[in-house]
Write a protein that binds this ligand. Structure first.
Ligand code: SF4
Length: 316
């Protein structure tokens, strides 16, 4: 693990049984996140992105594999280090209020984690919350307002502020701007970029929207049916994708008008079930370039050049 590596995922696998059938939700996933990186994780619904998010944060245990965070396996962390890890790694969701009681005031919502961890006095906590509110462009006078009084991108700003409360270094943004209009999306994405520069944050950006991923991410990992099929620097991936699945996703980049957006509709055919997935290359039933070998031998994810990884017999 290099000095610059924050998190490293090694051979992650999640397997469970559904009606006696084996389901491989995540199968042999490997990637590395350097400090200050913004890695996009893309793929159709059901490809395993959410499971990877849970595994990275130790909200789910893998069947096999490790998540190394700053040199330590998060699944082997004892209470004290796990507590520290929980502060350092945070998540921002599409619905920033999630399971929260929306009768709470915004200041209470943002400061909840500080109160749970008994950090500072009540006055210290209030000062920290108002400082963070100003940092993300929320008027501190809104401290006593309630969630329903906010609209546009403000709820996302509240969600981001809440994630920043414990001074994290790693943030997973899970479809954070997906429900927003394009102009508001840009404001929130610019805020995330600005915060990364100011606070030295590292992001994993999970999204089904490739326009958004292209805007904010430095590198992109493409997932298909529980496996990573391509990883590359953003501009390389968007200008010269190698994997046929990635190429088809690129053709499905959403239109700017949200009402005309379709989620990867250009990729023909249903996403196969992770219960008994297609053998060898899982993409072969939908691949326009399929060859005999694709039905017989599973392609491995190998590095081509400059960190560009690809799992496809066309290139291996
Ligand atoms: Fe298509 Fe074969 Fe490559 Fe799979 S390995 S993506 S089926 S060309």
């Amino acid at each position: 693990m290099s000095m610059d590596t924050l998190s490293e995922v090694e051979d992650l696998q999640v397997e469970f049984f559904l009606d006696r059938a084996k389901v491989l939700a995540v199968d042999g996933v490997n990637f590395k996140l350097d400090k200050d990186d913004t890695l996009g994780l893309v793929g159709e619904s059901g490809c395993g992105k959410t499971t990877v998010r849970k595994l990275l944060l130790r909200l789910e245990e893998p069947t096999e594999g490790k998540v190394i965070y700053e040199g330590e396996n998060v699944y082997a962390m004892k209470q004290e280090n796990l507590k520290k890890f929980r502060k350092k790694a945070q998540v921002v969701f599409q619905d920033p209020y999630g399971s929260l009681d929306t009768k709470w005031k915004i200041g209470t919502i943002i400061g909840e984690a500080l109160a749970i961890h008994k950090i500072g006095t009540q006055r210290d906590r209030r000062e920290r919350v108002t400082h963070l509110m100003e940092l993300v462009g929320l008027n501190k006078a809104c401290y006593n307002r309630h969630p329903h009084e906010f609209s546009g991108g403000q709820p996302q700003r509240i969600g981001i502020t809440r994630a920043l409360a414990l001074d994290p270094e790693f943030i997973i943004a899970d479809e954070t701007v997906s429900a927003l209009d394009v102009s508001i999306q840009a404001q929130v994405l610019n805020l995330l970029i600005d915060l990364q520069e100011k606070l030295g944050l590292t992001y994993l950006f999970i999204s089904h929207d490739l326009s958004v991923v292209r805007y904010i991410c430095k590198r992109v990992a493409v997932m298909y049916l529980g496996k990573l099929v391509e990883i590359a620097d953003t501009e390389v991936l968007f200008s010269a994708p190698l994997h046929p699945y990635t190429s088809l996703l690129m053709e499905a980049i959403p239109l700017p008008d949200p009402s005309q957006r379709a989620e990867f509709s250009v990729v023909k055919g249903e996403v196969p079930s992770p219960i008994n997935p297609p053998p060898a290359c899982r993409f072969h039933p939908r691949c326009p370039e399929v060859m005999d070998v694709c039905r017989e031998v599973e392609p491995e994810l190998v590095q081509k050049q400059n960190g560009h990884h690809i799992a496809c017999h066309l290139h291996n």
